[in-house]
Design a protein around this ligand. Sequence first.
Ligand code: ADP
Ligand code: MG
Length: 235
Amino acid sequence: MLEIKNLSKSYDGKNYACKDVSITINDGDIYGFIGPNGAGKSTTIKAVCGIHSFEGEVLFDGKSITNDMIEFKRNIAYIPDNPVLYEHLTGIEYVNFILNIYDVKEDMRDEIKRLAKMFSIEDRLEEPIKGYSHGMKQKISIIAALAHKPKLLILDEPFVGLDPKATFELKEELKNLCKDGSMVFFSSHVLDVVEKFCNKIAIIKHGLIVESGDTLEIKGEGSLEDKFMEIFDNE
Ligand code: ADP
Ligand code: MG
């Protein structure tokens, strides 16, 4: 369980990019985070991942993450909107490097092969990442994250740049991860996907959470797009 409590972040000490954000993610949740550009999604995500300092509290299974950031990071994977990878490494070297960091002792060759095949990148694993397209870089960071089965997977706009098959396969993998008790938290502008795929959502506007909870309750009778337009039409 992840409890984000009154999380606030200011970059300049004056204005807040996100303010008093409170979100609770339970084991098994696929949690979508939506809001327009500049609303504060990436800021919130980076604070939760320990990249930015923040005000407020984030509890992972009841324990404040700031008390033992390393232990928290052992349990999570974060895929930024623009993954920065060690480009001189080959795809397979990168994945193995990440698995080493996470201290994965098992032989993961079959699992890496399965994921690489699923994301149609298996014949490029031996090539340096610097020759990869944006989508391929995204795929390799997704494979590295999925292979160590994080308890919490945080993704910032994961579907941007992924082809339709990879989008489908990623959703299947995320569902399977959550069936085993993990949590997924991701930001997205693809409202159709969020509506169908997430059991919970939070909507952020100018750094403030305006709605959060069960997807079905939040969207009501109409679509999530209708709800979104209702909130942001006058922007
Ligand atoms: P979103 O991910 O929802 O598009 P962001 O969290 O990236 O929004 O941005 C929220 C606000 O914080 C914006 O006004 C943005 O300009 C500002 N911001 C984001 N990153 C930084 C940064 N590193 N330094 C200063 N301001 C930032
Ligand atoms: Mg963003």
